[in-house]
Every structure is written in structure tokens, then in C-alpha cells.
Design a protein around this ligand. Structure first.
Ligand code: SF4
Length: 256
């Protein structure tokens, strides 16, 4: 079933602050609704359906128009156009959890493609493999999370992450993995995740990079200290060499 409308929080132009595309200018489409409740969530307004979506009027000027949810997909190309897609590397589908509204993606992406052909980037919790399979062909880049129970405190999604990971590798997407680490991160959970990535990706030519992201302090959640981070990374790269440590750069430059 195709949906004609979507629940969104924001459409705006910003600098990507995480992972592989850090520093790239993107148009962000932030979806409403998430079924997780991570300890460090910095978009609490996107966890549920909001009355309005804030749509930036001019790229990077931070003047917003309020549009009533759910938004008619046919109106979205005009919101994208006025942000000047040519200025941007790609469009990020983020959230919330964008894959919860995957039934709107075909129409939404067809609508977006009427005004721009810049790459599409999916930022997801990585726990909805069935939804991913239905829409993966649309995306050029995928960033999936591995939510460690000890740090996210949002349940154990190891089985779902594995299925999601295999699906993305099968489609040969530009896949990266984000693992947020905190002072509570359990080394064994992290090691199990890295082991799984190593074992599954053995038969694939493109090895995904894992980004260990020290949590930005929020809600009492703290990042590992310098020594802990160095220890975490050195233990992990002995198992799998493609492990980098990158914090949320957009927070460092004062961008929300
Ligand atoms: S998956 Fe993202 S949006 Fe959902 S609770 Fe976790 S951090 Fe927040």
C-alpha cells in the first residue's frame, strides 16, 4: 500500500555532522515517529507525530514555515526546490525512524526526483530489515546504527541489525555503521558486534567502515574518557581494521 502523506518534523539545509559524509552539505528530511527510546536521543520532538513540520524557507537562513502534518507528498518538491538542491551533496532521510513510514517512500522519492537527482542518504536505527528490503533500491548511501543495549538502553536488536546489515551488503550500497559509545558501553557487546561485522562482510569486497561515535553528553549520559576510547578502538581494530572514532561534529560547530 502506498501512502500519499507523510508525518515530518523538519525539512532544512545543514552540514552533516556524523560518519562518512561528515562536512557535506545536505538537505535533511526529518521524519516523525520512532519506536526506540535511546538514552542519548537528541531529537525527542521527532519520536511521535507532531502537529506541524518546520520547513526552512531559504537554505541555511533558519527561517521556517510551519506546515500541518501529515504533509501531502505532492507539495514536497517545492519545499526541496527552494533550498537549492544544487548547493547540496545529498538528501538525508533521517528521524525519528524514517523506515517506519517506508510505504510513503516510492511516491516521495518519485516526487523528489522531479526536481533533483542528487544522491539519497538513509540514516536509520538499522532495526527494520523488512522495511529496508522494500525501499533499499532508492538509496545511494546508508548509515545504520548498532544499538548496544548497555549504551542505548533501548533493548537488544542484534538479530535485526544482522539481517539489515546482510541486506544492505547484498545490494552493494555505500553502507556505514554507527555505534554510539558511552561510559557505560560493555566491551563484550561491542566486541560481539564487531565480530559479526567481520564475519558477515568477509565474502563481500566492500568492507563497511564502523564509526564509533562518543556520545554527546545528554540526559546524564557521558562519553568514554580519552583512555577508554583509545582502548575501545585498539581492541576493535585488532578484530576489524575499519574502525574510526568521530564525534558529532555538527554539535562542535554549534549547529543543532
Ligand atoms: S533511534 Fe534515533 S530518533 Fe529513535 S530514539 Fe534512538 S536516537 Fe532517538
Amino acid at each position: 500500500m502506498q501512502a500519499d502523506r507523510v508525518y515530518l518534523s523538519e525539512i532544512y539545509s545543514a552540514i552533516q555532522g556524523e560518519g562518512l559524509l561528515v562536512g557535506a552539505r545536505q538537505i535533511f528530511i526529518r521524519f516523525n515517529i520512532c519506536d526506540l527510546r535511546c538514552a542519548w536521543c537528541d531529537t525527542p520532538e521527532s519520536l511521535v507525530k507532531t502537529r506541524d513540520c518546520n520547513v526552512e524557507v531559504d537554505a541555511g537562513k533558519r527561517e521556517f514555515e510551519s506546515i500541518l502534518n501529515p504533509i501531502d507528498i505532492q507539495h514536497i518538491p517545492s519545499y526541496i526546490s527552494r533550498l537549492n538542491p544544487a548547493l547540496h551533496h545529498s538528501i538525508s532521510f533521517t528521524g525519528g525512524e524514517p523506515l517506519i513510514q517506508y510505504q510513503a517512500f516510492n511516491k516521495l522519492i518519485t516526487a523528489i526526483r522531479s526536481v533533483t537527482d542528487i544522491p539519497l542518504f538513509l540514516e536509520t536505527g538499522g532495526h527494520k530489515p523488512d522495511a529496508l528490503k522494500k525501499v533499499i533500491n532508492h538509496f545511494d548511501f546508508i548509515s545504520m546504527d548498532f544499538k548496544l543495549p548497555s549504551s542505548a538502553k533501548a533493548g537488544n536488536y542484534f538479530v535485526e541489525h544482522k539481517e539489515f546489515f546482510i541486506c544492505a551488503l547484498d545490494f552493494n550500497k555505500n553502507l556505514t555503521i554507527k555505534i554510539v559509545v558511552t561510559s557505560d558501553t560493555d566491551m563484550n557487546e561491542l566486541a560481539d558486534s564487531i565480530e559479526m561485522v567481520k564475519n558477515v562482510s568477509e565474502k563481500y569486497e566492500n568492507k563497511p567502515v564502523i564509526f564509533l561515535q562518543p556520545v554527546t553528553p545528554i540526559n546524564g549520559t557521558k562519553p568514554p574518557n580519552e583512555l577508554e576510547l583509545l582502548k575501545l578502538q585498539s581492541k576493535m581494530i585488532q578484530k576489524y581494521p575499519y574502525v574510526r572514532v568521530v564525534p558529532q561534529v555538527h554539535k562542535l560547530i554549534g549547529q543543532r
